[in-house]
Design a protein around this ligand. Structure first.
Ligand SMILES: Nc1nc2c(ncn2[C@@H]2O[C@H](COP(=O)(O)OP(=O)(O)O)[C@@H](O)[C@H]2O)c(=O)[nH]1
Ligand SMILES: [Mg+2]
Length: 544
């Protein structure tokens, strides 16, 4: 299509190198419509053989109303009309037609394909065309579908004459003319009625000369305007612009809406399992809190259980609930979800774009999608590593505890940590009150144990005294432990939830960053390119 545009511009340039004050008008039509007769009538002499037996010659006959023979020669050379087919009007020639170069074309419905090709070539080169139709064949489908409809953009440089009206009664001629106008209208050809710009439609008889004077008059005005070649070239360029339009102008308003971007982010977050990671982090936090603030007995039980779990390799069912979700390092991103996210985005972005551009957008998204899942894996791992350090109390960052792989607080030397891969501040800070709770639990246990020892002493008469005091110690310690543990669990809920949200947000942000860099930005760049080219197109199409 671009090649065609180039050809049109080249032809336009060629035409402009030739005399623009000469107007080349071709007489076209079906066999026997009266083209040659009309040609002769306009030239007022027998220049072209009329009524010859078919097939007629493929060579168009030319007649130039000009004194500048050299100019006419140049144009006729360009049209490829051999010197033997070049004629002169009788002298002194009709000054009204000065500047006209008239061509009698072969029949467009000729059985010889060579003739048709010749006609088509001429039609693409001349400045204006007089279509000659007769009362029998004016509705011919080939004429309308193959010629008039595609040439509807050339209305301003088109004449349609209904010839042989001498064979019709006045009423019949009017009827046929009306019907012809209706058909031309259906072809999309603007008609130059009531002074509007458009094709001129008239009835005449080339044989009797009736109406030929009007055509001569119209042609005289037409050529005197001196702008016919330009008008034709403008129509050419407009036509090319219109044909290129589908490649440059979108039907809808393509682009990436905020909604589409958000949906893409949501899908990627789902693919990296941001929400699940958040929930896992929440559970881990609650478990840690429970361990830290639980009664000494439950701590001991858990430690024992953990010890057994560590020894027994297969005891995953026992250890899993105790193992906080790993900070998602190594979590595998869902490939199908990633692909789906990219597909949906590409679809959204490409909808309404001209085909080649839609393809370019899809390609850009596809290229971005290639390493996206791996990149998301990496980004999620990084985010997870960083989220390890999301302490509940940022002020406590100077603390030197961090969570180990299993989520337990471990002491590490800062020097070691500094060399670690995790980002600065990547350490979980255990809330200080957990330590207080642990101490309280230990104290309660100690009281309980003391009470028991006391009771033992009383029982064995090692020392005397009342029974109620040690009884209170044992009961108080026994009841206080679970009560403190329960309170701590309630107090941990808020921080655990915050931690869940923080973890989710981090993963989400990391995934979105990845998606933006790899997919959204390339797609947006493609859309931007499209907009720029469309703007260029608008200038080109509007400038003509
Ligand atoms: N009655 C009548 N016959 C015409 C008219 N114009 C052309 N003819 C005849 O139609 C036949 C074909 O004409 P011609 O000019 O050779 O048609 P072409 O094939 O389009 O060039 C000839 O016999 C002409 O005399 C016209 O206006 N009225
Ligand atoms: Mg002829």
């Amino acid at each position: 299509m671009l090649a065609e545009a180039g050809r049109v511009l080249e032809e336009a340039a060629t035409r402009q190198r030739h005399a623009l004050d000469l107007t080349v008008v071709a007489i076209a039509g079906a066999t026997g419509s009266g083209k040659s007769t009309l040609f002769n009538a306009l030239a007022r002499t027998q220049l072209s053989e009329a009524g010859v037996r078919r097939p007629t010659t493929a060579v168009p006959i030319a007649c130039a109303w000009t004194d500048r023979a050299d100019q006419a020669e140049g144009i006729l050379d360009r049209l490829g009309i051999p010197p033997r087919a070049r004629r002169q009007p009788v002298r002194p020639y009709d000054q009204g037609l000065h500047g006209l170069v008239l061509l009698d074309l072969p029949d467009h419905d000729s059985a010889t394909t060579g003739h048709r090709e010749q006609v088509d070539r001429m039609l693409s080169l001349v400045d204006a065309v007089i279509w000659v139709v007769d009362p029998e064949k004016y509705a011919d489908a080939v004429l309308h579908e193959r010629y008039l409809r595609p040439l509807s953009g050339y209305a301003e440089v088109t004449f349609v004459v209904l010839n042989q009206v001498d064979r019709l009664s006045g009423d019949a001629a009017d009827q046929v003319l009306d019907d012809l106008r209706r058909l031309l209208d259906e072809d999309g050809l603007a008609l130059g009625e009531h002074g509007e710009p458009g094709a001129m439609v008239m009835a005449l008889s080339a044989l009797t000369g009736e109406g030929v004077g009007e055509l001569r008059e119209a042609l005289a005005q037409f050529t005197a305007g001196r702008n016919v070649p330009e008008r034709r070239l403008i129509a050419d360029v407009d036509g090319v612009a219109a044909r290129l339009r589908p490649s440059y102008v979108a039907t809808g308003r393509p682009g990436l809406t905020e909604v589409a971007r958000h949906e893409f982010d949501d899908r990627l977050a789902e693919a990296v399992g941001a929400q699940a990671a958040g929930l896992a982090a929440e559970r881990a936090w609650l478990r840690d809190a429970e361990y830290a603030c639980g009664t000494s007995w439950s701590r001991a039980r858990r430690s024992l259980g953990r010890g057994r779990g560590a020894r027994g390799e297969g005891s995953t069912s026992r250890s899993t609930p105790d193992t906080p979700a790993p900070p998602t390092a190594g979590r595998t991103v869902s490939r199908p979800l990633v692909e789906q996210a990219v597909r949906a985005l590409a679809h959204e972005a490409a909808t309404g774009l001209p085909d080649p551009w839609a393809q370019a957008v899809r390609d850009a998204a596809g290229r971005g999608a290639e390493g996206l899942a791996d990149a998301l894996d990496e980004a999620a791992a990084d985010a997870a590593a960083a989220s390890v350090g999301t302490g509940m109390r940022p002020t406590a960052r100077t603390g030197h505890r961090r969570k180990d792989r299993k989520g337990w607080m471990v002491r590490k030397r800062r020097a070691v940590r500094k060399g670690g891969a995790a980002e600065p501040g990547a350490r979980v800070v255990r809330p200080r009150w957990w330590a207080v709770a642990t101490a309280v639990q230990s104290a309660l246990t100690a009281l309980q144990l003391a009470g028991m020892a006391w009771l033992l002493g009383l029982a064995t008469d090692t020392f005397g005294g009342e029974w109620w005091a040690p009884g209170v110690l044992v009961t108080g310690g026994g009841v206080g432990g679970p009560v403190v543990a329960w309170c701590c669990r309630m107090l941990s809920r808020g921080p655990a939830r915050r931690r869940a949200l923080e973890t989710e947000r981090r993963l989400r942000t990391a995934a979105a960053g990845c998606g933006r860099e790899r997919v959204l930005e390339p797609v947006a760049a493609e859309l931007l390119r499209y907009r720029e080219v469309r703007a260029q197109y608008a200038i080109a199409a509007g400038g003509s």
